[in-house]
Design a protein. Structure first.
Length: 118
C-alpha cells in the first residue's frame, strides 16, 4: 500500500508563491494518476489539479494559469507550484492517488496547511 506525505505549506502574503510536495512511499506511483485537492473550513473538499500517468494535466478553473502540477517519477514525488496566491486559496491541501482499477482517489495524504494573508 502506498503512503503519501505532503509538505511545503505555510503562510505567505497575497501574490506570493509556494511549492507543495507529495512524497510517496511503499511502492512506485509512476503508473498512478495523481491529484491535489483542498478543503477550507466549512467547505467541501474540492479538486485543484491532476496529472495522469502519461503527464496529462487538468486544473480547476479557479487555479488555471496560476498553479502547475508536475511529477518526478524518479523521486516518487508529485508537486504543486502555486503562484499568484490569493486569500481564497487558503485551505488544507491534500495529495491523492487514483486507484487504477476503481478509478477512485482512494489513497490520501494527511494534508498541509496553506494560509494566504491579504
Amino acid at each position: 500500500q502506498v503512503q503519501l506525505v505532503e509538505s511545503g505549506g505555510g503562510l505567505v502574503q497575497a501574490g506570493g508563491s509556494l511549492r507543495l510536495s507529495c512524497a510517496a512511499s511503499g511502492r512506485a506511483i509512476s503508473m498512478n494518476d495523481m491529484a491535489w485537492f483542498r478543503q477550507s473550513p466549512g467547505k467541501e473538499r474540492e479538486f485543484v489539479a491532476a496529472i495522469s500517468a502519461y503527464n496529462t494535466k487538468n486544473y480547476a478553473n479557479s487555479v488555471s494559469g496560476r498553479f502547475t502540477i508536475s511529477r518526478d517519477n524518479a523521486k516518487n514525488t508529485v508537486y504543486l507550484q502555486m503562484n499568484g496566491l490569493k486569500p481564497e486559496d487558503t485551505a488544507v491541501y491534500y495529495c491523492a492517488a487514483r486507484n487504477a482499477i476503481t478509478a477512485r482517489y482512494d489513497v490520501w495524504g494527511q494534508g498541509t496547511q496553506v494560509t494566504i494573508s491579504s
